[in-house]
Write a protein that binds this ligand. Structure first.
Ligand code: SF4
Length: 104
């Protein structure tokens, strides 16, 4: 296992999921079909929930590390994560810093 994956899948660090603001919500909200039309409203709604989530940085780092291509993770859309992931892989992005920013 690579160092990156070892860090991400460390069971002691998986507890962030228990504190997720979306934990009791309908998962479909965070996985809209498409990126246009009604899906845009769904994306914005899910991002509003992410904005108040205390584990946004952990969620975003998990999504970047595991290359989650679908859905909203850590307050970012699929398209936003494609850009962020390139920077993250190059070591030019700290998920904690991104989570402090309003990306929507
Ligand atoms: S940042 Fe958003 S998607 Fe991630 S755990 Fe929090 S509410 Fe869920």
């Amino acid at each position: 296992m690579s160092t990156l994956l070892a860090r991400v899948f460390d069971p002691s660090k998986e507890e962030w999921r228990k504190r997720a603001a979306c934990r009791e919500m309908e998962p479909d909200l965070f996985f809209p079909i498409g990126t246009t039309g009604p899906a845009l409203i769904q994306i914005e709604e899910s991002k509003r929930i992410c904005a108040i989530c205390e584990v946004r940085a952990e969620c975003l780092e998990f999504a970047l590390a595991t290359n989650q291509e679908s859905g909203v993770w850590g307050g970012t859309s699929e398209e936003e994560r494609k850009i962020l992931r390139k920077k993250w892989l190059a070591g030019r992005l700290d998920p904690a810093k991104i989570a402090e920013l309003s990306v929507y």
